[in-house]
Design a protein around this ligand. Sequence first.
Ligand code: HSE
Length: 434
Amino acid sequence: MKSPVRVGFIGFGTVAEGAVSILTGQQALLRRRAGFPIEIVKIADRDFTRARSAAIPSDILTGDVMEVLTHPDIDLVVELIGGIEPARSYLLEAISHKKHVVTANKALLALHADDIFQAAADQRVSVGFEGSVGGGIPIIRTLQEGLSADKVTAIHGIVNGTCNYILSEMTRHGKPFSDVLKEAQDLGYAESNPTLDVGGMDSAHKLTLLARLAFETPIALKEISVQGIEHITQADIAFADAFGRKIKLLAIAKETDGFIEVRVHPTMIPKQSLLAGVEGVYNAICVTGKNTGDTIFYGKGAGAQPTGSAVVSDIIDIGRRIQTGADSQVTPFPLKPDAPSLPVKQMENVESLYYLRLMVEDKPGVLSRISGVLGGQGISISSMIQQGRKAEGHVPLVMMTHKAKERHIQEAIATIGQMPDVSEPVALIRVEED
Ligand code: HSE
């Protein structure tokens, strides 16, 4: 029997508890699969008073993080405290002690992947981050290994379970956004700061990692255009349905004209598409490759057991490299000097189809004035719904456009929003075809 791979945990919250319960509850299976035993040497946390499902001998628990980071018997440190600091310092400290590291911390990697992977390369240790995107979906390893022979041209992902749960519940049960957000928080799907979820930033964090893996290009978080789901209304959901579509928060990365588009926003997609069928807290990532065409990866995007399983898979993967002395890093973390590094396309130059919802006065000439503004920007309307007036007041006017440039549509809606016939800011949702 090979010697054990010895692991220390920093943080004993939801995901760590899931990973620890898998490590303790499936020992024989993991040993068979990995070819070596995995031993938990220490778990550091600030609070051990909260009851945990995994039974751990008390001498393994410590309140002192340094005990894990510097422990001579620990080969691999698993960081599951989340957030930027002190998580970043802890990972760098562990690496400086020549310990391999595993993290599910997408926010940290979105901002500091370069430092962390460079430090790891310098020390010839590995960084595992399968749990950082898509919970239990093995999308990181899929992009690094399964699809390593393909040239990826696009990624469309539902990568935030909280948003998908909220949009699904709003669609299925007609509930308002705020009620469903509260439910998602009670169910433990949301981040400690739910604005990261509903504002789209959690999806953007994940997109930096997916896009870099797919396109070998470093993506700075600030280069991603991010819009959340806070402004989606029941009216938009109903009109989407009338146009044969559903609204999903998509993280999109695609290569167009030698640039990479990276954006997160609510998106109308055809009802019959596979991504439209992804409901509740589930995630799905569609990868389009030159050779493979579309491949879709679907599963639970959050939660203790799914994400814990991804964390343990990293421990096994790195453990194998420790056992065989294989080199540690997998490109593009850190980037190779000859990586293609395509420029990111400015959002104003992105082209899309658009859904526009206006509240207008139902009187002669309004429609022609509005379509005149759109026409002036070279934007062509593909279909339209106007609900008749039931009483005095404004009525919704909803349009779908043909492909248009973001800059032109933004200029058009700014002008339309100022017109006296239009009573509120124009609602805009981007539309993706199959
Ligand atoms: N808050 C995240 C989500 C958890 O809702 O998907 C997983 O990253």
